[in-house]
Design a protein around this ligand. Structure first.
Ligand code: AHM
Ligand code: MG
Length: 337
């Protein structure tokens, strides 16, 4: 007899029945985001045949050149989400201000944030990329919605997830009750639950960091990596392996699958910036997922999920993954202070 398959819809309905975590509006939201990711995945797969590669010759609010796919993915997510009545507003890496649901549509109580296409530098080289998203609930009952409604610590997230467009397209999700992974069945067009209760091993011999920035790091990060590199003869007494895909989604996906630690720390290149990655739609959702899988996430000094955001696009230093390694990094920062 064929193995029983659990679809995303069934998973969400069962989560609601067993834990009361997914009211209908939230389920709609997750399903709509998942559908949008399916569309983005089709574009990603077509590549040059779909004329989606290359630069759009425009700059986003972060001063980064946008790729065609950055813009396409952003539009797909907005178009899919604006009419359902589940959202009050959206925010994206590719848009300076928030996108309030137009008043021709009903307004819901959720706020959706996303990095529509993460790992942009990998688009044109056929390496895994992804979409990251985070869901908050609008607090307060004042009319309308503004940027300040979004500025909630990551602990307030109702849902976080990402979709990785790799050899398989997978959706990884937490609704605050562990981490589940769904694989896209292209023939059927459905998301099928393929891993549940994902757990990151507490120890690891693998780290992910852009080593070309070594000379710019702060001493605690330098110390941590130096000790890993010293291998069996060094203070760690074991050899380490390194991986760096330069798509956070793909690096985090590997860590969820077999452990490891991912770092994009502050560095001296642009000292006024806290880091490269963005708190609200990259670090927060990934930290929520990693913690739900038994891992940890810090900026070196504070748990990322407890940080109070002050602006939509603020950046943060990120260290996440296997718990004992993240604790060690925090300890090295505390000692340096
Ligand atoms: P993006 O959102 O513009 O793609 O930038 C974020 C990406 C992360 O996915 C990845 O970890 C990092 O930037 C790679 O940076 P670098 O090219 O410095 O290695
Ligand atoms: Mg990104």
């Amino acid at each position: 007899m064929a193995k029983k398959r659990i679809s995303l819809t069934q998973y969400l309905i069962e989560q609601q029945r067993q834990h009361g975590r997914i009211p209908a509006q939230l389920r709609l939201l997750i399903e709509v985001v998942a559908r949008a990711c399916k569309r983005i995945s089709i574009g990603v797969n077509k590549g040059a045949l779909g004329d989606v590669l290359g630069s759009a010759e425009t700059e986003n609010v972060q001063g980064e050149m946008q790729k065609k796919l950055d813009i396409i993915a952003n539009e797909v997510l907005i178009e899919a989400n604006e009419w359902g009545g589940h959202l009050a507003a959206m925010a994206s890496e590719e848009m300076e201000g928030i996108y309030v649901v137009p008043n021709r549509f009903p307004q819901g109580e959720y706020l959706l944030l996303f990095d529509p296409l993460d790992g942009s530098s990998n688009i044109d080289v056929n390496v895994s990329i992804g979409t990251i998203f985070s869901v908050l609930k609008k607090t307060g009952n004042d009319e309308g919605v503004s940027e300040s409604d979004f500025l909630q610590p990551g602990l307030q997230q109702a849902v976080a997830g990402y979709c990785v467009y790799g050899p398989q397209t997978m959706l990884v999700l937490t609704v605050g009750n562990g981490v589940a992974m769904f694989t896209l069945d292209r023939e059927e067009g459905s998301w099928v639950l393929t891993h549940d209760g994902v757990q990151i091993p507490a120890d690891t011999r693998e780290f992910a960091i852009n080593m070309s920035n070594l000379r710019h790091w702060a001493p605690p990060v330098r110390r941590y990596i130096d000790e890993c590199l010293a291998g069996r003869d060094g203070p760690r007494g074991k050899d380490f392996n390194m991986r760096w895909i330069a798509s956070m989604v793909a690096d985090v996906h590997r860590i969820l699958t077999r452990g490891g630690v991912f770092m994009y720390p502050w560095d001296r290149r642009e000292p006024q910036k806290a880091g490269k990655l963005r708190l609200m739609y990259e670090a927060n959702p990934m930290s929520f997922i990693v913690e739900q899988a038994g891992g940890a996430a810090t900026n070196g000094r504070q748990r990322i999920l407890e940080l109070q955001p002050t602006t939509l696009h603020e950046r943060v230093s990120v260290m996440l993954g296997s718990k004992n390694e993240v604790q060690r990094l925090s300890a090295y920062h505390a000692e340096a202070d």
